[in-house]
Design a protein around this ligand. Sequence first.
Ligand SMILES: [Zn+2]
Length: 292
Amino acid sequence: MNILSFDIEEWALAKAEGYGTPEKYREYDAFLNYILDLLDSRKIKATFFCTGLMAKDFPSVVKLIQSRGHEIGCHSNVHTWMNKMTENEARKDTHTAVDVLEQCIGEKVLSYRAPAFSIGESNKWMFEILANEGIVNDSSIFPAERDFGGFPAFSSQRPCTIHYAGIRLKEFPISMTSVMGKQIAYSGGGYFRLFPLFFVRGRMKRIGYSMCYFHIEDLLSEKEGVSSKERYETYYKEPGTLKNRYIRYIKSNIGKKAALGKLERLINSEEFFNIEQSNVLIDWNNTNVIDL
Ligand SMILES: [Zn+2]
């Protein structure tokens, strides 16, 4: 089963960080329309995880996605990593985000993804917060080591049920594969850009469960410059040394030009579902239960 998801925060981030010009918004709008038309042409429904700030400041974008039949999930409120927040801050952020998204779309939000997959060992309490907000599906677990987080001790790389502090939640982890002994997320972000399509397709077929995930910025071919020290430190919350900033620049730009073409070919050749549809298709009695 292949699941298709997009994380939507670009408009709101551009506004918050001061580069939100009308041209920039038009560029994102055009890009989103292109993706929506592509999905329509294949009758594919995806899950779009949107931040609360998108629903607050750019409600027409969220409503447009919903009007085309896609699932709207929650992608936090302000797109700060959840593992950089205290439990109280995280509770407030999640409540605000779910509330504003539900007001925007007039429906219950059932699926959640933390920015940068930032739920791990240190903030497992996030699952309790999510359940309290009525979230039933989570897709925040990156079951390997990762910059800024990851959850390497998580023992399932396929859909499973999480038990934690008396609550239950369905988990759709990021799918991984082993390349030269290293766990790699082949079906989205930087590694999707890096690997040739035949490799990604081959792993998708072999593994049988793929969570594909994209940000619009992953696919736009325009190269962003190296972040200023100030912008880097605000966003990544680590020292903005020249080395750190160059590493991030390389990671976020590699293969961008080819990525959209690859995604288009993948969408044209494979079957995809969103989380809502997958939830119905999965035989949950035959999946793992993970006690955290
Ligand atoms: Zn994001």
